[in-house]
Design a protein. Structure first.
Length: 437
């Protein structure tokens, strides 16, 4: 990986792309520290210092915003609205025929779906910004902080609308910065911003573990966490690269005097076909009962049960529910994102077949069978990786945003591998010597 970056810096046009990407990252990180108007920044910092804010209901969004959410800055919402909008559009593509037709139109249809994603991102940013401002006004954003109710000194309608508009504009700016990296940088703009947001929380989280440790001044715990992190990175790289290659052969066809086909290829089915989506779905769904209980009044039985069982990450019911939801959403997302019937029809249309399997329906059934078989280890792997923060919470008294937690490691490793692949592919396009070796 370091070799690829070193070679990229030696290539003038790639060096410009890398420097441009670094400049956008600096702008993004500066924006995560600029507070929005109407916020008492001193009280916010007091609550962050005194309260264990990372264990709140907004921990996932705070991680994706690089810690900007709980500081209530102009980039407080980060890229979470865009991620949510992208997932919603991807799910609706299976349900709405118009979106499915656009997806099949190629680049023009993809551009239209991207435009819809932008509009939905702005709508979700307005909704999430309103919820964040309302939560900050009531003091529920930092529970147990004595000055939490004074974070927003002026609670007039004008100030509230200004705060929501500022955060929505910040989300639009983040979306624009990500697209600039995609167009003029090294690519994968939104993923790189997500990578930077998560990586920015690593130093403080690691140092907090060292300060909380008791063995050798906390260095034993610190070293153990680093070792566990390296093992997890190796495991995630191994599984993310693992795939089941289904061989496909294309029959020869004579068109005029020329012969076409007769080639052999394969269909790569990844073990973790769903990626990080099941973990995000499961985390978001588990936040809903806790969020409802937080804003519900009284001390009813259902509220007490939710607060006792579904808000603490180390509770057995929470762990079991989280694991089951991840496995369920892994199968659900794979089922809607990979259509064996469509793949089998395309293969049949172009004269392709799997050796030993008849074309048409038997091919679709075989693909579905193989996909279900490899989704089981992939979903169990996701569930086990996602439970690492829970084990850290018990073993090291760490917060739920454990630096080498499942969600953060999956995103960082996935984005890192994809970025290196893109840099290497661009290097190969400019250095043909590699093809001759």
């Amino acid at each position: 990986m370091l070799t690829a970056f070193a070679r990229a810096f030696k290539t003038p046009d790639l060096r410009k792309k890398l420097l441009f990407t670094l400049g956008i990252i600096v702008i993004y990180r500066v924006g995560t520290h600029v507070p929005i108007p109407g916020i008492d920044y001193k009280n916010v910092q007091t609550c962050i210092d005194n309260a264990n804010a990372n264990q709140g209901l907004f921990g996932l969004v705070n991680m994706f915003s690089g810690g900007a959410l709980l500081q209530i800055t102009i980039f407080a919402l980060g890229i979470m609205p865009y991620i949510t909008a992208s997932i919603i559009l991807q799910l609706l593509t299976v349900v709405i025929p118009r979106l499915e037709a656009l997806k099949k139109e190629g680049q023009a249809g993809t551009a239209k779906i991207t435009q819809y994603t932008r509009y939905l991102t702005i709508a979700l940013a307005i909704l999430q910004g309103t919820g964040l401002v309302a939560t900050a006004r009531t003091g529920s954003l930092f529970q147990g902080c004595p000055v939490a109710s004074r974070i927003v000194p002026d609670q007039s309608i004008f100030v509230t609308i200004t705060m929501v508009i500022t955060m929505t504009a910040g989300t639009a700016c983040v979306m624009w910065l990500g697209e600039l990296i995609t167009d003029r940088g090294i690519g994968n703009g939104m993923s790189i911003l997500m990578f930077i947001s998560i990586a920015a929380t690593f130093p403080s989280a690691l140092w907090a573990i060292k300060q909380q440790g008791d063995l050798a001044g906390g260095w034993i715990e610190f070293g153990t966490v680093i070792a566990v992190g390296l093992v997890m990175v190796g495991l995630v790289v191994f599984v993310e690269q693992a795939q089941r290659r289904i061989p496909v052969q294309y029959a020869k066809r004579m068109i005029g005097r020329r012969s076409y086909g007769g080639t052999s290829t394969y269909i790569p089915l990844k073990v973790n076909q769903a990626g990080i989506i099941p973990v995000i779905f499961a985390s978001s769904l588990l936040y809903i009962p806790a969020l409802v209980a937080q804003f519900a009044g009284g001390n009813s039985g259902w509220k007490t049960w939710i607060e006792a069982n579904l808000t603490k990450g180390d509770h057995p019911i929470y762990i079991a529910t989280y694991f089951i939801l991840i496995v369920f959403f892994a199968f659900f997302y794979v089922a809607i994102s990979f259509n064996p019937e469509e793949v089998a029809d395309n293969m049949k249309k172009y004269g392709g077949f799997i050796p030993g399997i008849r074309a048409g329906r038997p091919t679709a059934e075989y693909l579905s069978y193989v996909l279900n078989r490899i989704t089981w280890p992939g979903s169990l792997y996701l569930g086990l990786i996602a439970l690492v923060p829970t084990m850290a919470l018990v073993g090291f008294q760490a917060n739920q945003n454990f630096p080498f937690g499942g969600t953060s490691i999956l995103i960082i490793v996935g984005v890192g591998l994809e970025t290196v692949k893109q840099i290497e592919s661009q290097l190969q396009q400019r250095n043909y010597e590699g093809f001759l070796r």
